[in-house]
Design a protein around this ligand. Structure first.
Ligand code: NAD
Ligand code: DAU
Length: 352
């Protein structure tokens, strides 16, 4: 094996797609997936590649400096792609300190372990931090976009923790010369997303004829990107991005939540053989999310022009694929919405 790459958070939604892409595309890399397997981590996501000779899994918590340092000595990676995080805004409102611990302290731990491991020899190395468009705050509905130079204005404990981690990554670059790259991506959707996030939650509720909770009036806007397109962007940026740079990744695909859910209802009416309009009757407007950002929209022209990445799928096509995946992978969803996960799921559900 010529190169060892650590991917943190590889058992989660986006991480599992990145791990699969790298394991299949780069047989000469050893891909080490470092994941604590929190409620969001699920090795089922990787069952198709778990026996590949160039894949290893290490159950480890990024906030545990000693363990992380030991893993660096054991594998001596030349690259780190860092996705491990607490990722759900609603949970950050309930438990902000968990987000500080994982997203800020965890990232600092990794940065410090990497700095020590690569001390004196940074050549050919790269620490790639996966961040979010939420660090830029909220846009009005005025046709403006987030660019790489938009001022950071996070509003939720989640986005504040991600903003803080971005600052630490840049600080380790500026202070210690750590070779880094950062990307800030918009909302992802696709297979294996934990069903607490809007799209899989809605698919699952529609399927079971349960209310679909829409926060406020459903007028908030998100820019949706198919998860495999994000994984492709991560591959391109990891290999070709410039040291110290930031790249925005987005789908150029803005939808109000209510329009998105109506579209999803129409797709599911067809697929489930229901009367047109039947699923939309499940739409239920509930109390708004505290500090709910109105609109996110990404300008990804830097990534498109400099590195040649483009989103590959039209949203309707991606949404159909996603619905098909959830309908044919009922066991995956049922496993999450029962057993260990049931308690949290019901608590959230009852609060709506
Ligand atoms: P996810 O919640 O599905 O997965 C997170 C993974 O991190 C899980 O496998 C979990 O077990 C692991 N993890 C959590 N705490 C850990 C710890 N202390 N040590 C080791 N592993 C730990 O998240 P996701 O939606 O796949 O997001 C992945 C990354 O991409 C995050 O950094 C997130 O901020 C960023 N991001 C997500 C989106 C999106 O739409 N989901 C968009 C832009 C950026
Ligand atoms: O923009 C990138 C971010 O996208 C990522 O950094 C986050 O990790 C990811 O979770 C996502 O954050 P959002 O808060 O935008 O995603 P979520 O699926 O939670 O919500 C999408 C929109 O739908 C948002 O406006 C809130 C609304 N919503 C969400 C849920 C769960 C509802 O109306 N009802 C719901 O039940």
């Amino acid at each position: 094996m010529a190169k060892t790459i650590f991917i943190t958070g590889g058992a989660g939604f986006i991480g599992s797609h990145v791990v699969r892409l790298f394991v299949n595309k780069y047989p000469d890399y050893l891909i080490v997936n470092i994941d604590a397997l929190t409620y969001a981590g699920n090795l089922e996501n990787l069952k198709d590649i778990c026996d590949a000779p160039n894949y290893k899994f290490e159950k480890a918590d990024i906030t545990d400096f000693q363990t992380i340092t030991t893993l660096f000595s054991k594998y001596q990676p030349i690259g780190v792609i860092h996705l491990a995080a607490e990722s759900h805004v609603d949970r950050s409102i309930t438990d902000p300190f968990l987000f500080v611990r994982t997203n800020v302290m965890g990232t600092c731990n990794l940065l410090h372990a990497v700095k020590e491991a690569w001390k004196g020899d940074m050549e050919g190395k790269r620490f790639y931090h996966i961040s979010t468009d939420e660090v830029y705050g909220a846009l009005q509905c005025d046709g403006t976009f987030f660019t790489e130079t938009t001022r950071y204005t996070p509003h939720s404990p989640y986005s504040a923790s991600k903003a803080s981690s971005d600052h630490f990554v840049r600080a380790y670059h500026d202070t210690f010369g750590l070779p880094i790259v950062i990307s800030n991506c918009s909302n992802n959707y696709g297979a294996n997303q934990f069903p607490e996030k809007l799209i899989p939650l809605a698919i699952n509720n529609i399927k079971h004829k349960r209310p679909i909770p829409i926060y406020g009036k459903g007028e908030n806007i998100r820019d949706w990107l198919f998860v495999n397109d994000h994984a492709r962007a991560i591959d391109i940026i990891f290999h070709n991005g410039k040291n110290g740079e930031t790249y925005n990744i987005g789908g150029n695909n803005e939808w109000t939540n209510i329009d998105l859910i109506r579209t999803l209802c129409a797709i599911l009416d067809k697929k489930l053989g229901r009367r047109n309009g039947e699923s939309a009757e499940l739409i239920t407007f509930v109390k708004d999310r505290a500090g709910h950002d109105l609109r996110y929209a990404i300008n990804s022209s830097k990534l498109q022009n400099e590195l040649g990445w483009h989103p590959s799928l039209q949203f309707e096509e991606g949404l159909e694929k996603t619905v098909d995946w959830y309908l044919t992978n009922e066991a995956w969803v049922d496993n999450i919405t029962s057993g260990n996960y049931q308690k949290y799921y019901e608590q959230q559900y009852n609060q709506r």
